[in-house]
Design a protein around this ligand. Sequence first.
Ligand SMILES: [Fe+2]
Ligand SMILES: [Fe+2]
Length: 357
Amino acid sequence: MEKLMPESRRMIENFEVIEHVDERQIAALRAHVDVEVPLALHWTWEYGSEVEELRQLYERGKRSQWNAETDLDWSILFPREEWFLPRQGASLLAGVLDSMGADDATCREAAWDEFAHTMSQLLHGEQAALQLCGQLTNACPTMDQKWYAGSQVIDEVRHVEVMSKFLARKMGVLYPVSPTIKILLDKLLAAPTWKLKTLGMQCLFEGIAVGIFDIIKTMTTNPLLKEMLRRVELDEARHAAFGILTMRRLVEDATPEEMAAFEEFAFEILEALNANQQLDMLHDLGPKYGLDPEACVRVVHSLPNWVDLNAEVYMHTVIPNLVRLGLVTERTEERYRKLGIMADVRTPPRSSLPLSA
Ligand SMILES: [Fe+2]
Ligand SMILES: [Fe+2]
């Protein structure tokens, strides 16, 4: 099977990375805003509940609504000249600069820039989740799924709202979408069936978002950021639960061929995401700090605990959920391990995800 983005692949030592360096191609990707997506709209005349646990999740969503404008204390400052994440271990750029003897102010500035870049990508991802939930509302076959997906639309609107306001009001910067992220989000949005859309967005990307939000929320000392992420994460845990509940039924009924297709699809997406190794971010920010992207990747890969560091986000939610669904088998497990996506030491979950409603 051919991997995604073959033309952007190359080796750094014995690790195959995806790197986008052609500025014209990157600009063209970002300018591609009208995406053709296949969408099969499905009517249903059954208005009663067929899947009790989905209906409960929908009820819980209604009870858990919040207002991004009034439920957060926007008067809290987010000062650029203070560390809001731990000095060590929270920023790739700051870590590399520190190891080169850079002063504290430079490391702090780099960590701030990198965080703004990460938040920008998460915001673009939230927009994709919003678009995809709209699709699911049309395409899902049962009324319970339509109700749930429809209710998730307003959650995702709120996430786009709160994160764009945080970036505009507190950071004053918004980075454009990274090429690898744009290609993967387009692939999810253009997936041919509601089943693959659910797997791709609800299980893979929602699961990764939950991992990142949880890790940042746990580490940050800024009360506004902490509270914003706490609220977003509660919503995202419901979304991930919808993905799992729905996929659990799908895999029960799936043929071996369908199971293999689900497993391949998940691997293909996660492999490509991991292959970027933050090179898109390093491409944007490395030059400001005199850092060569490839040299940064080499430094990180030479760390004795590279696999644990790399696997943390994946092992938080996505991989354990895929394992439970039977979508990591001996066909893919070794491949995940070789890429540093799967590791034995599972990060203890910092929040419990509702796997049954
Ligand atoms: Fe979201
Ligand atoms: Fe979500």
